[in-house]
Design a protein around this ligand. Structure first.
Ligand SMILES: [Zn+2]
Length: 333
């Protein structure tokens, strides 16, 4: 497997090639890579980034953090490749133009879907005998991986039950959501600084229904949706899905206040309700969501073969070591 659009020095290209080779060993990984080749997505390392990875839809560049472990890089590559795929499907997401509620919800959808897809790819790799990317993913995202796995081992892969469980799991971790809320503020300010007057006139007005984004991106490998319109409506009608983090609430309110010259007599919370948003309690004061214990992974034929091959290799290595030792002992004698 040689990815034609890698950027970097020889060592970096070798490292990225190894990551993509691992990822391509599962069906989802291979499909994501093939699509990225088709769309000529550049992949490179970026040592200056703080995140695990990113995808720039304007430049069509996928960046990976080279300080991650190889197994983390496999999972991150799957996540970011899914973002690349999402943007090829033509989703609408603009921090300047969209209403805060639209942007926050649609951003959450693409993040939850990218994490779901990364989990799916890592689960498929585990079924092929390489469980390390899945375990690496589980360290940070047990609230996504465990619900996925528990549905998957009970036959929930084909009907989308596992994907749905992972998608919904994403929303249970408030610290992740808080990070994306502050990322929104950053994106908005960045866009505003470079916006023309015409764009400023249109700012914070565009409504992009969350159902539209879900319909565009939340699909399984066969193209079937894993969240129906009805399920989407139900899920997003929960008040929790229309919240802004404690730390981003005031700033979001300020944008709206300045833009629409809001009523002074109403408090922030009253005004924000008109825009469909309420404040989420600070994640540091929230009890951590209960993450289910994972059911054991099924041992597929491939996983068993891989485990057997590993045992044989280990046995061979130890017998070679023993033989060498004997040789040394013989020689010493
Ligand atoms: Zn992402």
């Amino acid at each position: 497997m040689n990815y034609p659009f890698l950027q970097g020095n020889k060592a970096e290209i070798e490292q990225m090639t190894a990551v993509l080779r691992d990822l391509s060993k599962c069906e989802t990984g291979k499909r994501l890579i093939d699509e990225a080749i088709e769309h000529q997505t550049t992949i490179c390392f970026d040592g200056a980034m703080r995140a695990y990875g990113s995808y720039d839809e304007v430049k069509n560049v996928l960046r990976l953090n080279p300080s991650s472990s190889k197994d983390r890089l496999v999972a991150t590559a799957a996540h970011e490749l899914r973002h690349a795929e999402q943007f090829q499907k033509g989703i609408l997401l603009d921090a300047l133009l969209d209403t805060p509620k639209s942007y926050l919800q649609n951003q959450a959808v693409i993040e939850a879907d990218a994490s779901t897809t990364a989990t799916l790819a890592c689960y498929e790799l585990a079924m092929k005998g390489n469980a390390k990317p899945l375990e690496t993913l589980r360290e940070k995202d047990p609230h996504i991986v465990n619900p996925f796995q528990n549905a998957a081992v009970q036959g929930g892969l084909e009907n989308g039950e596992a994907q749905r469980a992972a998608f919904k799991g994403w929303f249970t971790d408030y610290s992740t959501r808080d990070c994306y809320d502050s990322l929104y503020l950053k994106m908005y300010e960045q866009r505003l600084r470079n916006a023309s007057y015409a764009e400023q006139d249109k700012s914070l007005l565009r409504e992009v229904p969350v159902e539209q984004t879900v319909a565009a991106v939340c699909s399984m490998s066969d193209g079937k949706p894993y969240l129906s319109e009805k399920e989407t409506k139900e899920f997003f009608s929960d008040p929790d899905r229309s919240t802004v983090s404690y730390s981003s609430f005031e700033k979001t309110y300020m944008y709206l206040f300045r833009r629409f010259r809001l009523d002074y007599s109403l408090e922030a919370e009253g005004n924000m309700k008109k825009f469909g948003l309420t404040m989420r309690p600070s994640s540091s004061y929230m009890p951590r969501s209960v993450v289910p214990e994972p059911l054991p992974l099924p041992t597929s034929v491939e996983a068993r073969q891989a485990a057997a091959a590993e045992k044989i290799a280990a046995a061979r290595a130890s017998s070679v070591a023993a033989r060498n030792k004997k040789l040394i002992l013989n020689r010493e004698r």
